[in-house]
Design a binder for this molecule. Structure first.
Ligand code: AMP
Length: 300
């Protein structure tokens, strides 16, 4: 695995890789959720590029940018073991020099739910992903369903700005308890960790109510709201359109149940998609059959 630190060297080496190229952007502190994205990219492409960059632009004042977990040496080993060809790990100064001034504007979708709680977050995400895409020029961008509003923002950006990348969204990887894996789970106390799986149970209960035919948003949400266990507390629980993230009084399918619970200062984020009555999932990209078994790592 080659490691590069600048956009110029990332682009130069990425252009030498056998195509198609799958790209997995991360903030490091890798867990099995990230590695599932790498494995999916490995299956579906001749080459795989990953990036590690803790992006200051997507953290608000008072958020955890400084204390965000960092484990670079271990991450390098994991990516190497999972068959990544190229790791792009730029430094903050190179990405955002003092006179850095341009940004991607993401529109009203970026102001709802996560965007309302974290002003500027999605513009920060879109801006860094645009920079990474320009450096790597991948065939496909691999994203986790876990950050479902982020997937909607990036789908809109790629469509609106005519970016030449395909987006693949892969399922959320969970602990056996149902808790979605997250680099921030290390912040949880033992009481918070014990209660944490109740977030997923609550979201599932709402999705089940809709699947059973509930058509009133408030009644569906009322099924899930009481299921969150102390010491967790709701930030929000909502049932929204998977493209616009607008919530209506009456449920239209497909939809996605989104929720964030406070665990002290930590926010636990999760979602459960509600498929169309015909069973089409609104978020996930169906797995592509092994199209590139002859790639350089095809025998893995
Ligand atoms: P992050 O390092 O948190 O920026 O995440 C990098 C990528 O991994 C994003 O596309 C996330 O949605 C994805 N991801 C994070 N947690 C999970 C998970 N538990 N399951 C699947 N994908 C995940």
């Amino acid at each position: 695995m080659q490691i590069v630190r600048t956009p110029g060297s990332a682009r130069a080496i990425s252009r030498t890789l056998k195509r198609p190229v799958g790209f997995v952007p991360t903030m490091g502190a890798l867990h099995a959720g990230h590695l599932a994205l790498v494995a999916r990219a490995r299956e579906e492409n001749a080459s795989v590029v990953a990036s590690i960059f803790v992006n200051p632009l997507q953290f608000g004042p008072g958020e955890d940018f400084e204390k965000y977990p960092r484990a670079f040496a271990r991450d390098v080993e994991l990516l190497e073991a999972h068959g990544v060809d190229l790791l792009y790990a730029p430094g903050v100064e190179r990405m955002y020099p003092a006179d850095f001034a341009s940004a991607v504007s993401v529109g009203p979708l970026g102001d709802r739910f996560e965007g309302a709680r974290r002003p500027g977050h999605f513009a920060g995400v879109a801006t860094i992903v645009a920079k990474l895409l320009h450096a790597i020029e991948p065939s496909s961008l691999y994203l986790g369903q876990k950050d479902v509003q982020q997937t909607a923002v990036l789908r809109a950006m790629v469509r609106d700005l005519d970016m030449a990348t395909n987006i693949v969204v892969a399922p959320t990887v969970r602990e056996p308890s149902g808790l979605a894996l997250s680099s921030r789970n290390v912040y949880l106390s033992s009481a918070q960790r014990q209660a944490a799986p109740s977030l997923y149970r609550a979201l599932q209960a709402v999705a089940d109510a809709v699947e059973r035919g509930e058509s009133c948003t408030e009644r569906a949400l009322a099924v899930g709201r009481p299921l969150l266990e102390a010491p967790l507390a709701w930030d929000y629980l909502a049932l929204v359109d998977p493209v616009t993230f607008v919530q209506s009084e009456t449920i239209e399918r497909p939809a996605v149940v989104i929720g964030v619970a406070f665990a002290g200062a930590t926010r636990l984020l999760d979602n459960v998609p509600v498929p169309t009555p015909a069973g089409i999932d609104p978020i996930l990209t169906p797995a592509r059959p092994r199209a590139h078994p002859a790639g350089p790592r095809g025998s893995r």
